[in-house]
Write a protein that binds this ligand. Structure first.
Ligand code: ADP
Ligand code: MG
Length: 348
């Protein structure tokens, strides 16, 4: 019996019981009503795709809801296995090892995501570029290691998304020159979140949140109210700069505080400017809202490379994208769709 039916059954027990039997009926009703709260199911898993995966959903049937979460987690593991450059056997590692020698056949999912990644390079005027990895692989932020200027200069010509050649007819990818490497760390989590949401929607789930690190997507509302998502302060982890009430949207935040180290007053962090091979530091954080998490992930790096104003110009042209960007001086910029209302006029 579903939890909702159990709840109705408990109400029926109360309605037909004589006063003398009330205590028993009340206990029974409570016992049946409490698990009904658990219809909001939530699971957090650390480690897949090198981050924290969270799935939260409303299900009429607890077992079906748990199975749906299992399916989402399995999909995330599959994407990780296929698309992680940290795994030497992954499909993407095979591409990096052989695509400069000739065409490498890849599966439809990876092919589709590479096409999408190139589309975001065009949209962001080159700020998003999966070939950043041609230089990016020499950074190790945990070990406080970065390439020398000579190493960057030598590798930089390989950073250019035009070097990635896709052939739809044969489902192959080829690099136009040696030294090119690609990495989907800037879009695979958003894609995985969208895959998770699609799995839930196919199972009839109408209220859910799926998130992978800084990339999240929400369907429906929560207890009849919007979901509240906070954007953290770039320097103060426990402080939020804004709380956004959200329904049916995706949201990604990129920040220079995610993977970094500081040395001699310079922050070296994980978003790389494809033009220079150095960390892209035009802003401190960028939060992007759009219909899908692939889109928000593909767009959330733009402002770091091009600057807040240029990124906002690109987002506003797209029409379905909003953003909140924190500049190095702490100033916060919004796209027009999110601008807070002006303060009321002073009463003098
Ligand atoms: P998260 O990995 O927490 O989702 P982001 O969405 O901000 O963080 O993506 C940062 C990641 O994107 C980096 O760790 C790296 O893998 C990748 N990346 C870095 N620079 C670029 C770039 N210019 N274009 C595309 N991807 C990038
Ligand atoms: Mg991301």
């Amino acid at each position: 019996m579903s939890r909702a039916l159990l709840r109705r059954a408990a109400a029926a027990v109360l309605a037909v019981t004589r006063p003398g039997a009330c205590a028993l009926a009340c206990v029974l009703a409570l016992a049946l009503a409490v698990p009904a709260q658990a219809e909001w199911l939530s699971r957090t898993v650390d480690g897949t795709m090198g981050t924290r995966i969270v799935v939260e959903l409303w299900s009429e049937d607890r077992a079906a809801g748990e199975r749906a979460i299992d399916a989402v987690m399995a999909k995330m593991r599959h994407i990780d296995t296929n698309m992680s450059t940290y795994k030497p056997d992954s499909e993407i590692s095979r591409v990096n090892a052989h695509a400069a020698e000739g065409p490498v056949k890849i599966d439809a999912e990876l092919f589709g995501l590479l096409e999408t990644a190139l589309e975001y390079s065009r949209i962001t005027e080159g700020a998003f570029d999966i070939t950043y990895a041609s230089v990016g692989f020499m950074y190790d932020f945990r070990a406080h290691h970065r390439p020398t200027e000579q190493q960057i200069d030598a590798a930089l010509p390989a950073v250019n998304y035009h070097h990635v050649l896709l052939d739809r007819a044969t489902h192959t990818v080829r690099f136009s020159q040696p030294g090119v490497r690609i990495d989907l760390g800037g879009i695979a989590k958003g894609f995985a979140v969208d895959c998770g949401i699609e799995i839930l929607q196919k199972r009839g789930i109408k209220h859910a949140l799926v998130s992978a690190g800084g990339d999240s997507r929400i369907i429906g509302d929560r207890f009849g109210k919007p979901w509240i998502v906070g954007i953290r302060h770039p320097d103060r982890k426990d402080e939020v700069i804004a709380r956004l009430p959200l329904v049916d949207t995706a949201i990604s935040t990129s920040g220079d505080y995610e993977r970094y180290y500081d040395e001699n007053g310079v922050r070296y962090h994980h978003i790389i400017d494809p033009r220079t091979g150095h960390s892209a530091s035009a802003v401190r954080s960028a939060t992007v809202l759009a219909p899908t998490a692939t889109r928000t992930d593909g767009l959330s790096k733009t402002a770091f490379v091009l600057g807040a104003e240029e990124a906002i110009r690109i987002y506003e042209q797209l029409g379905d994208v909003d953003a909140i960007i924190v500049k190095p001086d702490g100033k916060v910029l919004y796209t027009k769709g999110l601008e807070p209302p002006p303060p009321p006029p002073a009463n003098h």
